[in-house]
Design a protein around this ligand. Sequence first.
Ligand SMILES: Cc1ncc(C[n+]2csc(CCOP(=O)(O)OP(=O)(O)O)c2C)c(N)n1
Ligand code: SF4
Ligand SMILES: [Mg+2]
Length: 342
Amino acid sequence: MATPVRINRIGLEPQVYKGGKTTLCAGCGHNAISERIIDAMYEMGVPPERVIKMSGIGCSSKSPAYFMNRSHSFNSVHGRMPSVTTGAVLANRNLIALGVSGDGDTASIGVGQFVHLMRRNLPVIYIIEDNGVYGLTKGQFSATADLGSKLKTGVLNDLPPIDTCEMAITLGATFVGRSFSGDKKQLQAMMKAAIAHNGTVMLDIVSPCVTFNDHEGSTKSYKYMKDHEEPLQEVSFVPHFEDITVEYEEGTTTEVTMHDGSKLMLRKLEEDYDPSNKIEAIHRLIQSHVKGEVLTGVFYVNTKTPTFLDLLNMTDQPLATLPESVTRPGREVLEQVMEELR
Ligand SMILES: Cc1ncc(C[n+]2csc(CCOP(=O)(O)OP(=O)(O)O)c2C)c(N)n1
Ligand code: SF4
Ligand SMILES: [Mg+2]
């Protein structure tokens, strides 16, 4: 008997969400992240044609070629993905923007663009595939490399790192978390919640570079992450279209209702943590650096802040599909404007 074909809620097979064959190194964390994106998009039943895959330059920025072949894709200039994505989303608000960047692409050359994207609450899922090095240009330290981290050549990093999650929370991103490419369960749940969020999602995903930064002395290696990852919560996600009741002991779980009615369940592991409290989020991140831990989980969620599209009072119909008669002022209007300026 033939095996029944698995389809999602919009009738698509998992195969449809796949991309081209990866050309990244075998074992690169970025490949595992692509797999989680494929699974999350399939499980959430996202129409691939509505997704725009945006990226900059780097091994990480190449990875959109390895998932969701049927989606739109744009490989921008190094560090410039945020502005190109902003333009695309403003032109067509029906698109689901998924930006994939690297730690170099985001925290070095692209840091100015990153900062301004984070303060706008544009609906976008911004992923940093964070390996602490410039993988594509042969493993120089990036600005997220930890103080004292060692290169394969023995060179020590003598600068403190930029914590992109701290920055994103401070600046105004409304869904911020950190995960690890090797933590399948946590990453998968966070990715699905990211798809359900309406606003700026910033996920920093530690993603070891097996070729240049996976040795003893590196703080972005698989071994280091296995030894130092400190999950803040157990993250589960119940999509709005699945009628599942999750039973937890009273007081042990924080439930966040996402924009589409999905539920994000954050099961407390050690103490009370309120993901709507910005100050607490920053405090825990700073504390984790002092303790030498890599804190993972959902640090901050805010489903109330208006998005950039609301702020600009954009029309419900995407600008890109409005007829010229509506978007272009006629001669009379132009003459009136000229008259007013006289
Ligand atoms: C304007 C510009 N400057 C420098 C480069 C060289 N360059 C290419 S990729 C890269 C860094 C990539 O690092 P990261 O974003 O961390 O990606 P990874 O390869 O580690 O995934 C650099 C400096 C470039 N392509 N363009
Ligand atoms: S060089 Fe590093 S980041 Fe680039 S594909 Fe290889 S393992 Fe991945
Ligand atoms: Mg990198």
